[in-house]
Design a protein around this ligand. Structure first.
Ligand code: SF4
Length: 391
């Protein structure tokens, strides 16, 4: 197993300025009041991967994501400091309705009106030194709407995949409070009091599915060996009736198989972007070898867990061979392409893999992978993987 051990990383006390305070002050009129008093409510807000706000009305859930202003990048709207993205979540329908567009415009106006009051903090000099910070946090369980949640036990990821599209957003959150720019994969914030805070939160929130971790961090990356924040959070969720849904690239997840199997509903997914470990070594050099991920899936399955696989980003592979290995081990598979390909274009070029950047490659390989999986009874069609694996 590849181990991204944290020994030797610099330890720092948390900085006084808190990006959460900053996000709260930006969204305050929306959090404390309502953007449209007749209909919409704030589900949650977050500040670890850019600034995010989730609003809900009946079954319509809108996620607002604020990135660093960049006129070169697509955005739903722009203010003087942010690119604003707006999208429907937990829905098969992606297009915004006229009502949702009106709401989104109102929210953008609030942001534009208040962003001038945000502090402009001078950023510390760029650092190339690995850093592990132990942080005290005030929130852990983040509602997503529709009765489900997510938890990021850590911020940052020592696996450090070059294609990880959250890297820029996480860096923007650091910039907002003056933290230095650091290479993705060289820093992690450890939420050392997460279980304590979560124990309070589970008394206030109704039980539901909890995703560990949608993006931003891997719940079983190297620091988990030492800190066990993910395990501690699971131990809090178990008696409270919540249902964890884990997604990881790390084989260490099998160390918690017994604990996970004690939940009435739990599901564990392993990201396996190819059957070819040479591809893994090129695109995910900090991730565990493919065989170790399969060994983890087997152990999880033996423990009686509901398992799934995420083939993302889909890399060069033998699709029939990968399907044959996965079919006996998983209930469902989700496939997605490489996004933000500019981040890793050079890797494709350096290894003569240019064709694997094309739509034709993705469509052909996805089809060749999904057909045998579907024939073997593996769920491949639902947009809502989470409900499927927990049912
Ligand atoms: S393991 Fe996941 S969170 Fe970590 S760097 Fe890779 S893609 Fe990003």
């Amino acid at each position: 197993m590849v181990d991204t051990a944290t020994d030797g990383c610099a330890m720092q006390a948390p900085l006084g300025r808190d990006v959460e305070d900053l996000a709260y002050s930006l969204f305050a009129p929306l959090i404390e009041g309502r953007p449209d008093s007749a209909r919409w409510e704030v589900v949650s807000w977050d500040a670890e991967q850019g600034l995010c706000l989730t609003l809900r009305h009946d079954d319509s859930i809108l996620l607002f994501e604020l990135e660093r202003l960049d006129p070169e990048q697509e955005a739903w709207a722009r203010t003087s400091r942010f690119n604003v993205h707006v999208r429907r979540v937990l829905s098969a329908q992606s297009e915004l309705s006229p009502m949702e567009r009106r709401l989104a415009q109102q929210v953008v106006k609030v942001i534009a009106r208040r962003e001038g009051a945000l502090p402009r903090v001078t950023r510390q000099a760029t650092s190339r030194r690995a850093e592990l910070r132990e942080l005290q946090v005030s929130r852990v369980l983040i509602p997503e709407g529709a009765g489900q949640y997510y938890i990021n036990p850590y911020v940052g990821c020592m696996i450090g995949c070059d294609f990880c599209y959250v890297a820029d957003r996480a860096d923007f959150s650091r910039e907002l409070v003056g933290l230095p720019s650091m290479p993705w994969g060289s820093y992690v914030d450890v939420k050392v009091n997460a279980a304590e805070i979560l124990a309070q939160e589970v008394r206030r929130f109704p039980p539901g599915p909890v995703r560990f971790s949608p993006i931003l961090t891997d719940p079983y990356q190297g620091p988990e060996r030492r800190y066990r924040i993910t395990r501690q959070c699971l131990e809090v969720l178990l008696p409270a009736g919540f249902s964890p849904v884990i997604l990881t690239r790390a084989a260490r997840v099998m160390e918690d198989a017994e604990l996970l199997a004690r939940f009435e509903h739990a599901a564990v997914g392993v990201s396996i972007p190819s059957d070819d470990d040479r591809m893994r070594a090129i695109f995910e050099p900090g991730g565990d070898p493919i065989d170790e991920r399969f060994a983890a899936l087997e152990a999880l399955r033996r423990a009686g867990l509901s398992t799934f696989a995420v083939i993302q980003p889909l890399l060069p592979m033998d699709p029939a061979a990968l399907a044959a290995r996965l079919a006996p081990l998983v209930r469902a598979v989700r496939v997605d392409r490489m996004h933000f390909i500019h981040r890793v274009r050079q890797l494709y070029v350096d290894h003569g893999l240019e064709e694997a950047m094309t739509d034709a490659f993705f469509e052909r390989t996805e089809r060749a992978l999904l057909e045998p999986l579907r024939a073997a009874g593996v769920g491949v069609d639902g947009f809502d993987l989470l409900r499927e694996v927990l049912s």
